[in-house]
Design a protein around this ligand. Structure first.
Ligand code: FAD
Length: 445
């Protein structure tokens, strides 16, 4: 069997490594236009910040691929014939395949703003973007970031690290409004502003103004302000990269349509990761998943199917994590921006505005349904178990120390968290805290 994989991101690479393990005899070829070797996309910002070098963000040594007989082709795939089962490369060569995996990721979404083509206006997705940002932000004084998601905050932090004055435009009334409940939005917006970021809610980009050399010099907002900006970062989201799939006539919608086995509409062609769209997502689940760990899970799952072990994709518990400057955010399970009718929400905040814990639970049986933690680090395995076993919130609060990475934090804040719960939910008694025992039975928290 010859398995050809287009894209060497986390999805394609996980599929390749899994397929090698399951099918030692298979020929496996990884095609990628962006980089000769796989690197960690979420680590891109640390290259700009100077915390890591390119070699540090490559999880595998360069000899790994040859050693595991994974053939690497550094070229763009420009055509796909699903009847003849061939992939056309920009180099003029063609690759014949028995099975094909499209793991083509996403592309930056833009809105066609006037001035978008000027030098110094760009999105931030891959190595060419990093290279262009490093070049065009050299020596500049003012930058504008447009769009309020996780890439927006990364750009703000990157620019701030070089002493560039940053204005951040967010269309919604509050920060990351579509994802976060109001308390989390307010806490994070205050934290971002405390780093001298000029955060402007309810404000959109109208156009970018250029100078005589075709470089960005200012922007105009929908509120009519003109702000100096020698660099403009477009962080208004990403969309599945469908170029190859569409050209080949595969069924697409927002993404490449796949069934639970991640099969596309063409025989022998699969799609996974950011570029795929589930035809029938389970209730409450998203059809297009654009996360690192879901890419890894989809890559692993599809490799099983390709190697003769048909395996439906099941994501399991939702989780995500991010950093907002130095403040960590984690979420497990479901914590929607708008609370569902059958769910209650407990939220504790430290008065200093740097720590928040929200636990959602079902009104009927008090089973926990999701948690948001800001400024405190929670253990994923413990929360996954509580969510899976539908543990009642009062039991969770009794055992809260088990989920805390930081024993010091437990000692300091857990009594206050339980007191606040008793105040908000006086009808749900919480037993005294259980103590964690470390080596030799020493009490930890
Ligand atoms: C700046 C940034 C930070 C992020 N941080 C996080 C984070 O902290 N946590 C998290 O969960 N997620 C994060 N994400 C999202 C995460 O990186 C993606 O969900 C993940 O990388 C998707 O993996 P993928 O393999 O499906 O696609 P990609 O990583 O996009 O890889 C696809 C590859 O295919 C190549 N390709 C596409 N078409 C062709 C073609 N025709 N020929 C050849 N090659 C082609 C592309 O060039 C690309 O290299 C971040 C994303 C960005 C941009």
């Amino acid at each position: 069997m010859h398995l050809v994989i287009i894209g060497n991101g986390i999805t394609g690479v996980t599929a390749a490594i899994t397929a090698r393990r399951l099918s030692p005899e298979a020929r496996i070829t990884l095609v990628s236009a962006e980089s000769a070797h796989h690197y960690s996309r979420p680590a891109l910002m640390y290259l700009y910040l100077g915390h890591l070098r390119y070699t540090d963000v490559k999880p595998y040594e360069d000899w790994f691929w040859l050693e595991n007989r994974l053939e690497l082709v550094h070229a763009e795939a420009t055509g796909l014939d699903t009847v003849a089962r061939t992939v056309q490369l920009a180099t003029g060569h063609a690759l014949a395949y028995d099975c094909l995996l499209l793991a083509t990721g996403s592309v930056v979404r833009t809105a066609g703003w006037p001035g978008q083509q000027l030098r110094g206006v760009q999105g931030f997705y891959g190595l060419p973007d990093l290279e262009s940002m490093s070049r065009t932000t050299q020596g500049i004084r003012h930058a504008v970031v447009v769009g309020g998601g996780l890439v927006g905050v990364e750009l703000a932090e990157m620019l701030h690290s070089r002493g560039i004055a940053v204005t951040w435009l967010v269309r919604e009334a509050r920060y990351w409004q579509s994802v976060l409940p109001p308390e989390e939005s307010a806490l994070l917006a205050a934290h971002i502003k405390s780093h001298d970021i000029n955060f402007q809610a309810n404000t959109e980009l109208r156009e970018v103004l250029g100078d005589a050399q075709g470089c960005a010099r200012a922007i105009v907002t929908t509120t009519g302000q003109e702000l100096p900006a020698e660099w403009v970062g477009l962080a208004t989201g990403v969309q599945p990269n469908l170029t190859l799939a569409r050209a080949a006539g595969l069924e697409t919608d927002r993404g490449i349509l796949v069934n639970t086995l991640l099969e596309t509409s063409a025989p022998g062609v699969y799609a996974a990761g950011d570029c795929a769209q589930h035809r029938q997502p389970a209730p409450g689940e998203v059809a297009v998943e654009q996360l690192w760990y879901t890419g890894r899970m989809q890559g692993e799952t599809v490799a099983h199917t390709i190697c003769g072990q048909p395996t439906p994709y099941q994501r399991g518990q939702w989780f995500n994590s991010a950093k907002f400057f130095n403040l960590e955010y984690q979420t497990y399970g479901r914590v929607p921006a708008q609370l569902a009718a059958d769910t209650a929400s407990f939220c504790w905040q430290h008065p200093a505005g740097k720590h928040l814990l929200r636990i959602n639970f079902r009104q009927a049986n008090h089973a926990v349904t999701g948690v948001n933690a800001i400024g405190l680090r929670q253990r994923q395995d413990v929360w996954e178990r509580w969510l899976r076993e539908q543990t009642p919130i009062n039991e969770v609060l009794t055992q809260l120390a088990a989920a805390n990475f930081d024993a010091e934090f437990s000692r300091q804040h857990e009594p206050a968290i339980r007191r606040e719960f008793a105040r908000q939910f006086p009808d749900l008694p919480v037993a005294p805290a259980t103590r964690r025992r470390g080596l030799f039975g020493v009490r930890l928290g």
